[in-house]
Each structure stands twice: as structure tokens, then as C-alpha cells.
Write a protein that binds this ligand. Structure first.
Ligand SMILES: [Zn+2]
Length: 215
């Protein structure tokens, strides 16, 4: 007689346990597939709800037009991004004691300000630049595109800086922080999360004193 029942007891036991394990593994695969589907659905919901217009998975048949990676879609990362940008605004867009906030370019010139002290509309500096333009100026400078320091010869003229920002925003959905994210993972490169920026923003008093002297 041949067949499974003729096998010795030991291997039959082994076979049962192998079958049991297979059953277990198949169930586990199904569970994980379910979790993956749920996670993918959540991913799409988050893309749609939080960053409308940000490059989304699947809408570009040949891939997104942007080399910028999609950010990790977690509430924690999104919160970190917002906190980081707010800290940078505190550092680079706050009023000095004279009631002026200026981008580095306009700070170095003696031109008439677009708005009198404390009169800039929300999101704008007294020089007329927006907060985003001022943060972009700083982001460019840290990548050696124009210096922010007075006296250094290569500066990023707002006449170039602002249309470049607009182009990056329109074409690549650029947002402040994109240059500081890891190209593969989309997360912050070292030292660029919200926490270090909050520290820098709260210890920006020496920079502020410098600004006060200048205005
Ligand atoms: Zn300006």
C-alpha cells in the first residue's frame, strides 16, 4: 500500500506540521495583503487631503514630473514639516526692534521699503518679499546659490530669485524644506528636522541684534 498513510509516524507528523505551517503562512500572507491594501488606501487619502496638487502616486502615467521624492505620508512627518517651516519663519521673517522684517537682499540695500514698519500684510516682509521668498533665499544660500551675508559679492537678486521660486512651485510643487529632504526616503537629512530649527529660532537673538543695528 502506498500513500501518505503508509509513511512512518515520524514523517507523517512532520507532514501535518508542515501543512499546518503552510496554512498559517497562507493566512498570514492574506492578513498582510489586507494591511497593505488598507495602508495604500490611507496613503491615497492622505495625499488627497493634505497636499492637494502635490505629486501623487498614479496620476502621472510616466511618473511624477518631479525629482523631489514624495514625503513620508505620516501625520508625524507632516507635523514636523509645518513646525519646521514655522520655526524658519520665526527666525528669518520676524520683525526687528524697529518693526521691520526684511529679506537679506533688501536688508543690504537702502531702498525705500514697500511697507512702513509693522505695516506689512500677513505673509509679507516690509521689503515686499513674501515669507516664502525669504525662506527660499536662505535655502538657496545654504546650497551656495548666492550669499545672504552683506558684503559678499554673489547675491541672489530678487528679480531672479522670485520667478525661480514661482517656477519651482508651479512645476515641481516646491515647498520650503524640499532641498533638505533625503532624495530616496523623503525624510529630513540630518540636522534638518523641526527640533533643530526650533532651537535655532529661539536662539536667534544675536542675529536679531545685528539686524537692529542695521535698520
Ligand atoms: Zn526682500
Amino acid at each position: 500500500m502506498t500513500g501518505p498513510h503508509s509513511a512512518p509516524v515520524r514523517s507523517s507528523v512532520r507532514k501535518d506540521s508542515v501543512e499546518e505551517e503552510l496554512r498559517f503562512l497562507r493566512n498570514r500572507v492574506r492578513e498582510l495583503e489586507g494591511e497593505r491594501d488598507a495602508a495604500n488606501r490611507r496613503l491615497h487619502e492622505l495625499h488627497a487631503s493634505v497636499a492637494p496638487g502635490y505629486p501623487q502616486i498614479g496620476i502621472h502615467p510616466i511618473g511624477p514630473p518631479s525629482p523631489v521624492p514624495n514625503p513620508p505620508n505620516t501625520d508625524a512627518f507632516r507635523a514636523s514639516w509645518i513646525a519646521r517651516t514655522e520655526a524658519r519663519k520665526r527666525k528669518y521673517c520676524s520683525l526687528n526692534r524697529a518693526g521691520n522684517a526684511l529679506c537679506a537682499w533688501h536688508d543690504s540695500r537702502r531702498e525705500r521699503r514697500a511697507y512702513p514698519p509693522r505695516m506689512a500684510p500677513p505673509g509679507h516682509l516690509n521689503c515686499g518679499c513674501t515669507f516664502e521668498e525669504a525662506l527660499f533665499e536662505e535655502s538657496l544660500a545654504r546650497h551656495n546659490i548666492g550669499s545672504r551675508h552683506p558684503g559678499e559679492s554673489v547675491r541672489m537678486d530678487p528679480a531672479l530669485r522670485n520667478p525661480l521660486l514661482k517656477l519651482l512651485e508651479q512645476r515641481y510643487r516646491y515647498r520650503d524644506g524640499d532641498f533638505e529632504r533625503d532624495p530616496i526616503t523623503g525624510t529630513w537629512v540630518e540636522g534638518e528636522g523641526h527640533a533643530p530649527w526650533e532651537t535655532r529660532a529661539s536662539s536667534g537673538s544675536s542675529k536679531k541684534r545685528e539686524d537692529d543695528r542695521r535698520s
